[in-house]
Design a protein around this ligand. Structure first.
Ligand SMILES: *[C@@H]1O[C@H](CO)[C@@H](O)[C@H](O)[C@H]1NC(C)=O
Ligand SMILES: *[C@@H]1O[C@H](CO)[C@@H](O)[C@H](O)[C@H]1NC(C)=O
Ligand SMILES: *[C@@H]1O[C@H](CO)[C@@H](O)[C@H](O)[C@H]1NC(C)=O
Ligand SMILES: *[C@@H]1O[C@H](CO)[C@@H](O)[C@H](O)[C@H]1NC(C)=O
Ligand SMILES: *[C@@H]1O[C@H](CO)[C@@H](O)[C@H](O)[C@H]1NC(C)=O
Ligand SMILES: *[C@@H]1O[C@H](CO)[C@@H](O)[C@H](O)[C@H]1NC(C)=O
Ligand SMILES: [Zn+2]
Length: 873
């Protein structure tokens, strides 16, 4: 034992290093957990001309005035809204689709003020009183101050109402407006989605409020903590149905008041959709054709069990009286957790046994479980501000696997979390351009900054960190804490530390979790079995990167030649621990990859692990077999271990029948294919993984796991296996001939032009269409030229840019590996630079990645070539 700190072996708890005051609290915490672990295993009429006077709009240089700040002052608190909206499903004389509305809000004055700031964006107001765009009335006998002036502060998206005198503290007021807005096709706010049924064009009016578009639909205090009750009335033509967050009366226009909720969770849809239902009040909505061909059946089948599972998991009954889920032909995200009326893109809700793949089915069930998980976590209890979005999204992403496992117990879906969330997060989080999970409240202010938060770190790292927390606390303590949290904060708002408070031993949880939340990145833990030393270091994929000297509190679980050695904590940069010293046993750390870190060993231990894999790989848990491959390839990319060692971890695969290790290999080899498909290494690479020993295994594993088949076919084709290319060419020819499935079967440049015509390819699908073409060796340069030539066009009318252009930039530049390509990418910054927009981060990441690719090829090409040639001998 070196400078380590060793405590009570019988408990199976060892602390590495002396983490100042943290050691004791963490120890106390550990004892609790180990014990626990043992114990458990309108009224407007159509045709009325709307008269609007030019509403004064102001833009001014940032000043210290309240209306120039993006955040609402804390002087007013909304209580309830009465909103009536009327979407027109046919264009007006000028060819514009519009909606009209009347809205009133009752608010209480908490602090003396003569100013009302309420969010409103892109709405045109009708004069409500003789001079002003709003009418203010005092309630309960209070007289309201007269309005001095109203105007719209465009930049900060406020309607500003300056009063002649102050509002009185403790009194309530009613603010009323009438307005109209465009029912545009930009996938945000109150928007329209179109489809054709029996050759007739149908228009759906639907909403997407999150994060900041409720203000585009009616004036509101549009921040998550401004929870209120909404009385909603929708006017709609005969033959359509109106849906919203709560139940409707017979007229199908006026809804019961909602629960107290945030504006971003509101939703309403007017459509000719039909539904299927099951008691109690669970309905799946969509286009008639889709519903009648049973595409909603799977969603309906799983919803009730999922809600039951979640009620039990949270130990809290479902907070609403009904659950509607609706699939929309045009939808920007995958789905949106509006309370009681969840909206989906069709692919995320519909499952058609005739054409959908297993992967599609898994997508459907995990999206449904993710959204339904939000009905409690996110909707019932909501983050106070967007900087805690990671807790909301990370949590729903984590719990979605637990609930999906409950409804599809034979899929081993929980295991997929490692690849789909943990390793996905590792990829982004090992770049210098990564960022911490948690941001300060004052760092996330503008709508653009809020949009940027919806990224891989927020979702996947959030899920990975919560999975780690739940594992080291034990699932039951975690779930119990959740229950208390939901109970205490129902219908209100929280910050993340409120959750920690409910998880017992708050000091320790804070100390442990802050390291993972406030610092970006994650560690690589290196175990030297020759000395027993264990060290941690910030893992960066680019070896020359320089960042702060981070240190984490790392939960270490490990196997020693197959025996589980329990859980330990590494609290300092370096420590040593006698039981880790060995010259015969192999050590394997991070069991089931529950910890958010990578692991490296001394060369001898690596050799012992390879020997074990090659002799009897089943002794090593399946998730760890995938981990060995993934860690090795990434450590090699970071120049920490030799690339040939990484390649050697794939040699045992000819005996491997499980999906996860194969997926790890295929994913990592993908990088080799991307980097080498335009070089002389490509031939030998195809040779080894397509025609050599490994090929046969591709065939032998096809029946074992649902996804192995996909991997086998794609790998076989990628490596030029003759039978595969013949088979897929035949499929392609058949598909091209069928005008139903393939109306736009063309080659690449024509198809690219289609991608910017919304009549041919839906806006929601542009990114996919372009990125798929870019995946092809011939398509890639075409796409690059096309995107630069059409940049303005492609990006201009997307409000929800974060879902869009980040994925696009990454998708089309992932093969970049030459100086010439790097220069072109750097130029993009100067041409399209806009301060504070999402595009910048994506371009910066692409530049960082391209530089690394160039370096990687120059350092590794010869070695990879040599190893491949050796294997084929
Ligand atoms: C808002 O609507 C509710 C329900 O229709 C009604 O009871 C209430 O009086 C309305 N409030 C105002 C201020 O008009
Ligand atoms: C709102 O007013 C602006 C400026 O007058 C106009 O360009 C826009 O089309 C109007 N919007 C609607 C929905 O009428
Ligand atoms: C839905 O459940 C019914 C009844 O159990 C079953 O017959 C049907 O195959 C299921 N549909 C899907 C798509 O899972
Ligand atoms: C569920 O909550 C109730 C009270 O809110 C409590 O008595 C019960 O023990 C909880 N059940 C579990 C499994 O935690
Ligand atoms: C690791 O995961 C497997 C499922 O892949 C599970 O059966 C096993 O119990 C887990 N092991 C530990 C130590 O949690
Ligand atoms: C990596 O290993 C190969 C073969 O074992 C060896 O030829 C090469 O020099 C090693 N590279 C480095 C950087 O150590
Ligand atoms: Zn979510």
């Amino acid at each position: 034992m070196g400078k380590g700190f060793y405590i009570s072996k019988p408990l199976g708890f060892v602390l590495f290093g002396l983490g100042a005051g943290a050691v004791l609290t963490i120890f106390a915490l550990s004892v609790v957990y180990v014990q626990e672990k043992r114990k458990n295993e309108v009224n407007a009429r159509d045709g009325t001309r709307i008269v609007t006077t030019a509403a004064p709009h102001r833009t001014s240089a940032p000043s210290n005035e309240a209306w120039d700040k993006y955040r609402l002052p804390d002087a007013l608190l909304p209580e309830y809204y009465n909103v009536t909206l009327w979407p027109r499903l046919v264009p007006d004389e000028e060819g514009m689709y519009i909606f009209t509305g009347k809205s009133g809000v009752v608010f209480t004055c908490l602090k003396e003020t003569n100013l009302i700031l309420i969010h409103s964006n892109e709405l045109n107001f009708t004069l409500t009183s003789e001079m002003h765009h709003a009418k203010l009335t005092g309630l309960g006998g209070t007289s309201a101050p007269a309005i001095l002036e109203t105007w719209f502060q465009t930049q900060t998206q406020f309607m500003v109402i300056q009063l002649k005198r102050k509002l009185q503290v403790g009194k309530s007021y009613w603010l009323y407006t009438e307005f109209h807005g465009e029912l545009s096709d930009n996938l945000g706010g109150f928007y329209r989605s179109e489809y054709t049924e029996n050759d007739v064009k149908k228009v759906v009016a639907t909403t997407q409020m999150q994060p900041t578009a409720a203000r585009n639909v009616f004036p509101c205090f549009d921040e998550p903590s401004m929870k209120a009750v909404f009385h909603l009335t929708l006017l709609h033509p005969p033959g359509t149905v109106a849906l919203s967050n709560d139940n409707q009366e017979v007229l199908q226009t006026r809804f019961e008041p909602t629960e107290k909720m945030s504006t971003y969770l509101l939703a309403f849809v007017v459509s000719e959709f039909t539904n299927i239902r099951s008691p109690p009040e669970i309905r799946i909505w969509g286009r008639r054709e889709a519903i009648e061909s049973c595409q909603g059946d799977y969603a309906l089948n799983v919803t009730f069990p999922i809600l039951k599972y979640l009620e039990n998991y949270y130990n809290t009954t479902y907070p609403l009286s009904k659950s509607d889920q609706i699939a929309l032909p045009d939808f920007a995200a995958g789905a949106m957790e509006n309370w009681g009326l969840v909206t989906y893109r069709e692919l995320s809700l519909f499952y058609d046994p005739k054409v959908s793949s297993n992967e599609d089915k898994e997508w459907v069930v995990t999206v449904i479980t993710h959204e339904l998980a939000h009905m409690w976590f996110g909707n019932l209890v909501t983050m106070r501000w967007w900087n805690d979005l990671w807790l909301n999204e990370g949590f729903a992403s984590y719990v979605s696997y637990l609930a999906a496992d409950y409804v599809e117990p034979t899929w081993n879906i929980k295991d997929l979390m490692v690849q789909q969330q943990v390793q996905k997060a590792f990829d982004v989080d090992s770049l210098v351009s990564s960022h911490p999970l948690s941001s300060r409240e004052d760092e996330v202010i503008t709508p653009d900054q809020i949009d940027q938060l919806f990224d891989t770190i927020t979702y996947s790292k959030g899920a990975a960190i919560l999975r780690m927390l739940s594992e080291f606390l034990t699932e039951s303590i975690f779930a119990n804490g959740l229950h208390n949290y939901l109970h205490e904060y129902a219908y209100s708002n929280t910050v993340y530390t409120d959750l920690w408070k409910k998880l017992q031993e708050v000091t320790s949880i804070n100390e442990i979790m802050n390291r993972w939340i406030l610092q970006m990145g994650f560690p690589v833990v290196t175990i030297d079995t020759r000395t027993g030393s264990i060290t941690q270091q910030h893992f960066l994929i680019h070896p020359e990167a320089v960042v702060d000297n981070y240190e984490w509190f790392v939960p270490i679980t490990w196997l020693k030649s197959g025996s589980n050695m329990g859980q330990h904590w590494l609290l300092t940069k370096t420590a040593s621990y006698e039981p880790m010293k060995t010259d015969t046993d192999w050590l394997l750390a991070n069991l089931n990859v529950t910890g958010y870190y990578r692991v490296n060993y001394d060369p001898q231990n690596w050799e012992r692990l390879l020997t074990q894999l090659n002799s009897d790989h089943k002794v090593i848990p399946v998730l760890n077999r995938g981990q060995i491959i993934d860690d090795a390839f990434n450590l090699a990319r970071a120049d920490i271990i030799n690339i040939t060692l990484a390649l050697r971890t794939t040699k045992y695969l000819y005996e491997e029948k499980e999906y996860i290790p194969w997926e790890s290999a295929v994913r990592n080899l993908e990088y080799f294919f991307l980097m080498f498909d335009r070089t002389e290494v490509y031939g030998p690479l195809q040779g080894i993984y397509g025609k050599g020993k490994l090929k046969y295994c591709m065939v032998c594993v096809t029946s074992v796991y649902r996804y192995n088949q996909i991997n086998a076919v794609s790998m076989a084709c990628k490596t030029g296996v003759k039978g595969c290319s013949e088979l897929t060419r035949m499929w392609y020819r058949q598909w091209m001939k069928n005008p139903d499935t393939n109306p736009y079967g063309k080659c690449f440049s024509k198809y690219l032009e289609y991608s910017i015509d919304p009549n041919l390819i839906r806006k929601q699908d542009i990114t996919y269409a372009i990125v798929y073409i870019a995946d092809n060796v011939i398509g890639q340069p075409l796409v690059w030229d096309f995107v630069r030539a059409n940049w303005e066009h492609i990006t201009k009318d997307f409000d929800d840019g974060s879902f869009f252009s980040g994925g696009l930039i990454n998708g089309i530049t992932k093969k970049f590996s030459t100086e010439f390509e790097l220069q072109q990418l750097c130029c993009l910054i100067f041409i399209f630079w806009k301060p504070f927009t999402f595009d910048m981060q994506a371009i910066e990441r692409a530049i960082e990645q391209t530089k690394a690719n160039i370096k990687w090829i120059s350092e590794n090409k010869a070695q990879v070539m040599n190893w491949l040639i050796e294997q084929s001998d």
